[in-house]
Design a protein around this ligand. Structure first.
Ligand code: SF4
Length: 361
């Protein structure tokens, strides 16, 4: 980039006229910026705004958040995925109250010391909340820069990351980092989109090397594709005296702290029904009566495609107290009571189907 002042002027002038009125942009409160940044990772903006507004209604400030239960926080996060983010927010809130009198630190190193805050989030809080010159390199900014520079390396390569960091530091508007970072992110979200960038309406097209070289469609270079790993699972919706059994997953598990119907992965050569019965016995020591197929649901995660076979069964023993081996607690709950608990995506689909099933008789 040759004309850096011209680029920054064009970018900021466009942003001042075109920025979306997002709720955390009203006053850039550090608490709001922090929550919005964590929610925004891997999530579309419309969903972030919905979740953010609901979150603030439940937890209007850090003190209220720090005194919330994990169940309340996970329920507010339900559907956003990557649940360790929600648990980390809760742990960080407690530390902020304990060590920083409820105020989010304004020093980069202190932010990094909090659970769930890495270099990206710390830089976003430092620049957007505190207006300090820390460049932010999210997916949007990386794509915009790769096109502006006509970078001919895959984005995730070490060489590309080094060049991107150097370039964004060179471009950063020291006197207004808050607006610079947001303008770069907004340009990527609204104009320089992953597919079909609107180069004709782009405020910085004069500065774009990929456009000048007519290689916009080839930038950034595609990443080598990773196939999704397919996982088949089975679970039991166990009923007893009008109630359904659910259990809370272990804290260090992939969906730690969320609730589920007991079950797990099929072993090699095992049928879904056999796996469901085995998993129930291993995880709870419950013996199930006859299994009746309910539904098979599937859900795609970043790296996995999970197929989940669900079966109905009744408890086939007198004691309704489990011996837990894969959970920290349990409940026998009626169908309407399930709404109060956070579930991973596949199990949440089953809850919805159970309620629909009841409605249809
Ligand atoms: S001219 Fe096109 S490719 Fe270049 S930054 Fe603008 S939208 Fe992106």
């Amino acid at each position: 980039m040759k004309n850096i002042p011209g680029f920054c002027h064009d970018l900021l002038a466009w942003f001042s006229l075109n920025r979306r009125p997002l709720p955390w942009r009203r006053d850039y409160q550090p608490y709001h910026v922090w929550i919005a940044e964590i929610m925004g990772q891997q999530t579309q903006m419309e969903r972030v705004v919905d979740y953010f507004n609901r979150w603030l209604a439940l937890f209007p400030d850090i003190t209220v958040l720090a005194s919330a239960s994990e169940l309340q926080v996970l329920k507010a996060w339900e559907g956003l995925g990557y649940y360790s983010r929600a648990r980390n927010i809760l742990r960080a809130a407690a530390l902020i109250v304990e060590r920083h009198h409820g105020k989010i630190p304004s020093e980069y190193e202190e932010l990094l010391a909090l659970p769930g805050i890495g270099p990206y989030t710390a830089a976003a809080i430092m620049s957007i909340a505190y207006n300090r010159p820390f460049p932010v390199l999210d997916a949007n900014v990386q794509r915009v820069l790769a096109r502006l520079m006509s970078l001919d390396l895959p984005l995730r390569s070490a060489g590309a990351q080094r060049l991107l960091r150097a370039e964004v530091a060179r471009l950063m508007v020291e006197e207004n980092p808050r607006m610079f970072n947001q303008a770069m992110m907004e340009l990527g979200a609204l104009v320089c989109k992953p597919r079909h960038p609107s180069c004709g309406q782009c405020p910085v097209r004069e500065h774009c090397r990929a456009l000048a070289d007519d290689v916009v469609s080839e930038r950034p270079l595609p990443q080598p594709r990773r196939e999704k790993i397919r996982i088949t699972m089975a679970c039991v919706i166990l009923c007893h005296r009008g109630r359904i059994y659910i259990q809370k997953r272990l804290a260090d598990d992939v969906w730690g702290g969320l609730w589920e119907f007991p079950g797990g992965r099929l072993k090699s050569g095992e049928s879904p029904a056999r796996a469901a019965r085995r998993e129930l016995l291993e995880e709870t020591s419950f013996r199930a009566g006859a299994l009746r197929p309910f539904r098979t649901v599937s859900h795609c995660y970043t790296r996995y495609h999970v197929v989940l076979h669900a079966f109905f069964s009744r408890l086939d023993q007198d004691s309704a107290v489990p011996v837990l081996t894969a959970a920290t607690s349990y409940r026998w709950i009626n169908l309407d009571g399930l709404d109060a608990f956070p579930f991973p995506a596949g199990h949440r689909q089953l809850v919805r189907l159970l309620k629909k099933n009841r409605k249809n008789g």
